[in-house]
Design a protein around this ligand. Sequence first.
Ligand SMILES: [Zn+2]
Ligand SMILES: [Zn+2]
Length: 169
Amino acid sequence: MQPEILCDVHLTAMTLSSTATGINTRRKEAWSDTFRACAEPGCHTHFNRNKGYVDIRDSRILDHKHNWCREHKEPKAIVAVRFGQPVWQCLHESCLSRKNRLGETIRVGQIVRATHPKHGRFRIWSIGEDGFTILQMVGNRGEGEFLMDLWEQIPVDDLSPFIPAPSAE
Ligand SMILES: [Zn+2]
Ligand SMILES: [Zn+2]
């Protein structure tokens, strides 16, 4: 499952998929590429993994400020908002998951259990190049799970996949 991608201007989900075409002004070549687009009225922001966040106006592409994955040399995407600030994640498969020290796979979007120094269940929003994850605590009010406004940064090695206890039937 791919994480949701947010507009870097509005920090809202980019829901539309569109194909844009244009002429590269330097090389005079036609290009065509598929992007996610922001749904906010008047916003020109598009994103894909080749070009990162760009404005597309009249078939011209204007780069936004990019946040590069140093390992893959590709632009990261904003996948969550924490305290009003964007949470960035590289969408390359080998950045979306990592092995902890027991060899278990820890993946963006997964619910995990933290053992140290915090205890509890968390949802992973991002895994950084340094192996630190940004997570949000999962609560349970009885009528289902919800995400609490409680965020942590915990290394992958201190997490393990959450396996629900078998229900007593
Ligand atoms: Zn936008
Ligand atoms: Zn990467």
